[in-house]
Ligand binder design. Structure first.
Ligand SMILES: Nc1ncnc2c1ncn2[C@@H]1O[C@H](COP(=O)(O)OP(=O)(O)OP(=O)(O)O)[C@@H](O)[C@H]1O
Length: 262
Protein backbone atom coordinates (compact mmCIF):
# COMPACT_ATOMS: atom_id res chain seq x y z
CA UNK A 1 0.00 0.00 0.00
CA UNK A 2 3.07 2.26 -0.12
CA UNK A 3 2.96 2.90 -3.83
CA UNK A 4 0.90 5.97 -4.71
CA UNK A 5 -0.43 4.12 -7.76
CA UNK A 6 -1.91 1.42 -5.52
CA UNK A 7 -3.35 3.99 -3.12
CA UNK A 8 -5.06 5.80 -6.00
CA UNK A 9 -6.51 2.56 -7.37
CA UNK A 10 -7.86 1.64 -3.92
CA UNK A 11 -9.43 5.08 -3.51
CA UNK A 12 -10.97 4.87 -6.99
CA UNK A 13 -12.43 1.50 -6.11
CA UNK A 14 -13.92 2.63 -2.81
CA UNK A 15 -15.26 5.85 -4.41
CA UNK A 16 -16.60 3.87 -7.40
CA UNK A 17 -14.55 5.70 -10.05
CA UNK A 18 -13.49 2.84 -12.36
CA UNK A 19 -12.90 5.03 -15.40
CA UNK A 20 -10.67 7.47 -13.48
CA UNK A 21 -8.64 4.46 -12.35
CA UNK A 22 -8.35 3.32 -15.96
CA UNK A 23 -7.53 6.71 -17.47
CA UNK A 24 -5.32 8.36 -14.87
CA UNK A 25 -1.89 6.68 -15.47
CA UNK A 26 -1.75 7.75 -19.12
CA UNK A 27 -3.44 11.10 -18.40
CA UNK A 28 -0.88 11.82 -15.63
CA UNK A 29 1.98 10.99 -17.98
CA UNK A 30 0.56 13.22 -20.75
CA UNK A 31 -0.12 16.05 -18.30
CA UNK A 32 3.46 15.91 -16.99
CA UNK A 33 4.87 16.04 -20.53
CA UNK A 34 2.55 18.82 -21.70
CA UNK A 35 2.67 20.72 -18.40
CA UNK A 36 -1.11 20.80 -18.34
CA UNK A 37 -2.88 22.96 -15.73
CA UNK A 38 -4.02 20.91 -12.69
CA UNK A 39 -7.63 21.94 -13.27
CA UNK A 40 -7.48 20.73 -16.91
CA UNK A 41 -6.00 17.44 -15.75
CA UNK A 42 -8.79 16.99 -13.20
CA UNK A 43 -11.46 17.98 -15.74
CA UNK A 44 -10.09 15.44 -18.23
CA UNK A 45 -10.30 12.65 -15.67
CA UNK A 46 -13.85 13.59 -14.63
CA UNK A 47 -14.88 13.69 -18.30
CA UNK A 48 -13.42 10.19 -18.79
CA UNK A 49 -15.47 8.96 -15.81
CA UNK A 50 -18.67 10.56 -17.15
CA UNK A 51 -18.11 9.18 -20.69
CA UNK A 52 -17.32 5.69 -19.38
CA UNK A 53 -20.44 5.65 -17.23
CA UNK A 54 -22.56 6.83 -20.15
CA UNK A 55 -21.32 4.03 -22.43
CA UNK A 56 -21.90 1.50 -19.63
CA UNK A 57 -25.47 2.76 -19.17
CA UNK A 58 -26.15 2.65 -22.93
CA UNK A 59 -24.87 -0.93 -23.11
CA UNK A 60 -26.99 -1.95 -20.11
CA UNK A 61 -30.15 -0.32 -21.50
CA UNK A 62 -29.61 -1.85 -24.95
CA UNK A 63 -29.26 -5.31 -23.40
CA UNK A 64 -32.30 -4.75 -21.17
CA UNK A 65 -34.40 -3.71 -24.19
CA UNK A 66 -34.21 -7.24 -25.64
CA UNK A 67 -34.00 -6.23 -29.31
CA UNK A 68 -34.00 -9.33 -31.55
CA UNK A 69 -31.28 -7.63 -33.64
CA UNK A 70 -29.79 -4.16 -33.78
CA UNK A 71 -31.25 -2.09 -36.63
CA UNK A 72 -30.40 1.56 -37.15
CA UNK A 73 -31.91 4.45 -39.05
CA UNK A 74 -28.64 4.74 -41.00
CA UNK A 75 -29.30 1.23 -42.43
CA UNK A 76 -32.84 2.12 -43.50
CA UNK A 77 -33.37 2.51 -47.24
CA UNK A 78 -35.95 5.29 -47.65
CA UNK A 79 -36.00 4.84 -51.43
CA UNK A 80 -37.30 1.30 -50.99
CA UNK A 81 -39.94 1.98 -48.31
CA UNK A 82 -42.97 3.46 -50.04
CA UNK A 83 -44.80 6.22 -48.20
CA UNK A 84 -42.24 6.69 -45.41
CA UNK A 85 -41.24 10.32 -45.10
CA UNK A 86 -37.63 10.71 -44.05
CA UNK A 87 -38.51 14.01 -42.35
CA UNK A 88 -41.16 12.30 -40.19
CA UNK A 89 -38.76 9.53 -39.11
CA UNK A 90 -35.99 12.05 -38.38
CA UNK A 91 -38.42 14.05 -36.26
CA UNK A 92 -39.36 10.87 -34.35
CA UNK A 93 -35.65 10.10 -33.90
CA UNK A 94 -35.44 13.29 -31.85
CA UNK A 95 -37.50 11.31 -29.26
CA UNK A 96 -39.80 14.19 -28.36
CA UNK A 97 -42.68 11.71 -28.56
CA UNK A 98 -41.21 9.80 -25.60
CA UNK A 99 -40.94 13.00 -23.55
CA UNK A 100 -44.60 13.70 -24.32
CA UNK A 101 -45.77 10.09 -23.64
CA UNK A 102 -47.02 9.83 -27.23
CA UNK A 103 -47.22 6.72 -29.40
CA UNK A 104 -45.93 5.68 -32.81
CA UNK A 105 -47.91 3.23 -34.92
CA UNK A 106 -46.21 1.60 -37.91
CA UNK A 107 -48.68 -0.05 -40.27
CA UNK A 108 -48.07 -1.98 -43.48
CA UNK A 109 -47.77 -5.38 -45.10
CA UNK A 110 -45.15 -7.99 -44.26
CA UNK A 111 -41.47 -7.22 -44.79
CA UNK A 112 -41.72 -3.49 -45.48
CA UNK A 113 -39.55 -2.43 -42.52
CA UNK A 114 -41.97 -1.86 -39.62
CA UNK A 115 -39.89 -3.85 -37.12
CA UNK A 116 -36.70 -2.31 -38.50
CA UNK A 117 -37.98 1.22 -37.81
CA UNK A 118 -39.40 0.23 -34.41
CA UNK A 119 -36.06 -1.23 -33.33
CA UNK A 120 -34.10 1.70 -34.77
CA UNK A 121 -36.20 4.19 -32.79
CA UNK A 122 -35.98 2.00 -29.68
CA UNK A 123 -32.21 1.73 -30.06
CA UNK A 124 -31.99 5.52 -30.31
CA UNK A 125 -33.99 5.75 -27.10
CA UNK A 126 -31.77 3.26 -25.26
CA UNK A 127 -28.69 5.18 -26.44
CA UNK A 128 -30.28 8.35 -25.07
CA UNK A 129 -30.65 6.74 -21.62
CA UNK A 130 -34.36 5.90 -21.93
CA UNK A 131 -35.51 2.63 -20.36
CA UNK A 132 -36.94 0.73 -23.33
CA UNK A 133 -38.36 -2.74 -23.88
CA UNK A 134 -39.05 -4.61 -27.12
CA UNK A 135 -41.57 -7.45 -27.21
CA UNK A 136 -43.88 -9.11 -29.71
CA UNK A 137 -47.64 -9.17 -29.13
CA UNK A 138 -47.43 -12.99 -28.84
CA UNK A 139 -44.69 -12.91 -26.19
CA UNK A 140 -46.45 -10.17 -24.27
CA UNK A 141 -49.68 -12.17 -24.19
CA UNK A 142 -47.84 -15.26 -23.03
CA UNK A 143 -46.30 -13.27 -20.16
CA UNK A 144 -49.64 -11.73 -19.21
CA UNK A 145 -51.74 -14.91 -19.38
CA UNK A 146 -49.15 -16.78 -17.28
CA UNK A 147 -49.15 -13.95 -14.74
CA UNK A 148 -52.95 -13.93 -14.73
CA UNK A 149 -53.24 -17.67 -14.02
CA UNK A 150 -50.59 -17.34 -11.28
CA UNK A 151 -52.44 -14.41 -9.73
CA UNK A 152 -49.47 -12.13 -10.33
CA UNK A 153 -50.89 -9.82 -12.95
CA UNK A 154 -50.44 -6.65 -10.92
CA UNK A 155 -46.74 -7.14 -10.22
CA UNK A 156 -46.02 -8.34 -13.77
CA UNK A 157 -47.90 -5.34 -15.23
CA UNK A 158 -45.63 -3.13 -13.16
CA UNK A 159 -42.40 -4.97 -13.98
CA UNK A 160 -43.00 -5.77 -17.67
CA UNK A 161 -45.14 -2.83 -18.75
CA UNK A 162 -45.16 0.23 -16.55
CA UNK A 163 -41.52 0.33 -15.53
CA UNK A 164 -40.45 1.18 -19.10
CA UNK A 165 -40.64 4.67 -20.55
CA UNK A 166 -40.83 3.23 -24.05
CA UNK A 167 -42.53 -0.09 -24.78
CA UNK A 168 -42.38 -1.56 -28.29
CA UNK A 169 -45.02 -4.13 -29.20
CA UNK A 170 -44.28 -5.79 -32.53
CA UNK A 171 -46.60 -7.80 -34.78
CA UNK A 172 -50.10 -6.93 -33.60
CA UNK A 173 -52.52 -8.63 -35.95
CA UNK A 174 -50.72 -11.85 -36.80
CA UNK A 175 -52.31 -13.82 -33.95
CA UNK A 176 -56.05 -13.63 -33.25
CA UNK A 177 -56.70 -13.28 -29.51
CA UNK A 178 -59.44 -14.84 -27.44
CA UNK A 179 -61.58 -12.66 -25.18
CA UNK A 180 -59.35 -13.02 -22.12
CA UNK A 181 -56.21 -12.19 -24.13
CA UNK A 182 -57.92 -9.19 -25.75
CA UNK A 183 -58.89 -7.93 -22.29
CA UNK A 184 -55.33 -8.32 -21.03
CA UNK A 185 -54.00 -6.50 -24.08
CA UNK A 186 -56.48 -3.70 -23.51
CA UNK A 187 -55.17 -3.34 -19.95
CA UNK A 188 -51.65 -2.77 -21.33
CA UNK A 189 -52.78 0.00 -23.67
CA UNK A 190 -54.94 1.57 -20.95
CA UNK A 191 -52.11 1.43 -18.39
CA UNK A 192 -49.72 3.25 -20.75
CA UNK A 193 -52.23 5.86 -21.90
CA UNK A 194 -50.70 9.33 -21.30
CA UNK A 195 -48.22 7.75 -18.87
CA UNK A 196 -45.64 6.14 -21.16
CA UNK A 197 -44.86 5.81 -24.87
CA UNK A 198 -45.65 2.89 -27.11
CA UNK A 199 -44.35 1.95 -30.53
CA UNK A 200 -46.57 -0.68 -32.10
CA UNK A 201 -46.40 -2.38 -35.48
CA UNK A 202 -49.23 -4.06 -37.33
CA UNK A 203 -49.91 -5.60 -40.72
CA UNK A 204 -53.63 -4.80 -40.35
CA UNK A 205 -55.40 -1.54 -41.22
CA UNK A 206 -57.21 -0.18 -38.13
CA UNK A 207 -60.61 -1.11 -39.60
CA UNK A 208 -59.65 -4.77 -39.30
CA UNK A 209 -58.24 -4.73 -35.77
CA UNK A 210 -61.38 -6.24 -34.24
CA UNK A 211 -60.55 -9.45 -36.15
CA UNK A 212 -57.50 -9.72 -33.87
CA UNK A 213 -59.21 -8.60 -30.67
CA UNK A 214 -61.74 -11.44 -30.29
CA UNK A 215 -64.14 -9.81 -32.80
CA UNK A 216 -65.03 -7.39 -29.98
CA UNK A 217 -65.81 -4.11 -31.75
CA UNK A 218 -66.45 -2.18 -28.51
CA UNK A 219 -63.17 -3.21 -26.89
CA UNK A 220 -61.26 -2.59 -30.13
CA UNK A 221 -62.76 0.91 -30.44
CA UNK A 222 -61.82 1.75 -26.83
CA UNK A 223 -58.31 0.38 -27.38
CA UNK A 224 -57.76 2.31 -30.63
CA UNK A 225 -59.16 5.45 -29.00
CA UNK A 226 -56.44 5.34 -26.33
CA UNK A 227 -53.66 4.18 -28.66
CA UNK A 228 -54.32 6.79 -31.36
CA UNK A 229 -55.29 9.80 -29.22
CA UNK A 230 -51.66 11.05 -29.10
CA UNK A 231 -50.05 9.04 -31.87
CA UNK A 232 -47.98 9.47 -34.99
CA UNK A 233 -49.05 7.01 -37.64
CA UNK A 234 -46.45 5.83 -40.15
CA UNK A 235 -48.08 3.94 -43.02
CA UNK A 236 -45.61 1.91 -45.10
CA UNK A 237 -46.52 0.39 -48.44
CA UNK A 238 -44.74 -1.62 -51.08
CA UNK A 239 -43.01 -4.92 -51.48
CA UNK A 240 -41.27 -7.09 -48.90
CA UNK A 241 -37.61 -6.19 -48.51
CA UNK A 242 -36.93 -9.84 -47.60
CA UNK A 243 -37.67 -10.88 -51.19
CA UNK A 244 -35.83 -7.98 -52.80
CA UNK A 245 -32.93 -10.08 -54.10
CA UNK A 246 -35.15 -12.93 -55.27
CA UNK A 247 -37.35 -10.44 -57.14
CA UNK A 248 -34.32 -8.88 -58.74
CA UNK A 249 -33.20 -12.37 -59.85
CA UNK A 250 -36.70 -13.01 -61.28
CA UNK A 251 -37.38 -15.84 -58.81
CA UNK A 252 -40.38 -14.07 -57.22
CA UNK A 253 -42.92 -11.85 -58.94
CA UNK A 254 -43.60 -8.33 -57.66
CA UNK A 255 -47.10 -7.33 -56.48
CA UNK A 256 -47.54 -5.24 -59.61
CA UNK A 257 -46.85 -8.26 -61.82
CA UNK A 258 -49.25 -10.53 -59.92
CA UNK A 259 -52.11 -7.96 -59.64
CA UNK A 260 -55.10 -8.66 -61.91
CA UNK A 261 -55.32 -6.31 -64.89
CA UNK A 262 -57.73 -3.39 -64.32
N1 LIG B 1 -36.44 0.05 -46.20
C1 LIG B 1 -35.59 -0.85 -45.70
N2 LIG B 1 -34.25 -0.59 -45.65
C2 LIG B 1 -33.39 -1.51 -45.18
N3 LIG B 1 -33.75 -2.72 -44.69
C3 LIG B 1 -35.06 -3.03 -44.71
C4 LIG B 1 -36.04 -2.11 -45.21
N4 LIG B 1 -37.25 -2.69 -45.07
C5 LIG B 1 -37.04 -3.89 -44.51
N5 LIG B 1 -35.72 -4.11 -44.31
C6 LIG B 1 -35.11 -5.34 -43.77
O1 LIG B 1 -35.92 -6.43 -44.22
C7 LIG B 1 -36.14 -7.38 -43.17
C8 LIG B 1 -37.64 -7.46 -42.85
O2 LIG B 1 -38.06 -6.19 -42.34
P1 LIG B 1 -38.98 -6.02 -41.06
O3 LIG B 1 -38.85 -7.22 -40.16
O4 LIG B 1 -38.72 -4.69 -40.46
O5 LIG B 1 -40.39 -6.05 -41.75
P2 LIG B 1 -41.83 -5.96 -41.13
O6 LIG B 1 -42.55 -4.90 -41.88
O7 LIG B 1 -41.75 -5.81 -39.65
O8 LIG B 1 -42.42 -7.38 -41.52
P3 LIG B 1 -43.35 -8.41 -40.71
O9 LIG B 1 -44.72 -7.77 -40.64
O10 LIG B 1 -43.35 -9.63 -41.59
O11 LIG B 1 -42.74 -8.62 -39.36
C9 LIG B 1 -35.29 -6.88 -41.98
O12 LIG B 1 -34.03 -7.54 -42.05
C10 LIG B 1 -35.13 -5.40 -42.25
O13 LIG B 1 -33.92 -4.90 -41.68
Amino acid sequence: MNLQHERILTLCESLNLPFVAQAYPLAAQDAALAETAYSDFLEGLLKAEAAGRNVRKQTMLTRLAGFPAIKTLDDFDYEFAQGVKRSQIEELAGLGFVERNENVVLVGPSGVGKTHLAIALGYRAAQAGIKTRFTTAADLLLTLTTAHTQNQLKSVMHRAINSYRLLIIDEIGYLPMNREQANLFFQVIAARYEKGSLIVTSNLPFGQWDATFAQDATLTAALLDRLLHHARIVPIAGESYRLKNQRAAGMVKSKRETAPAA
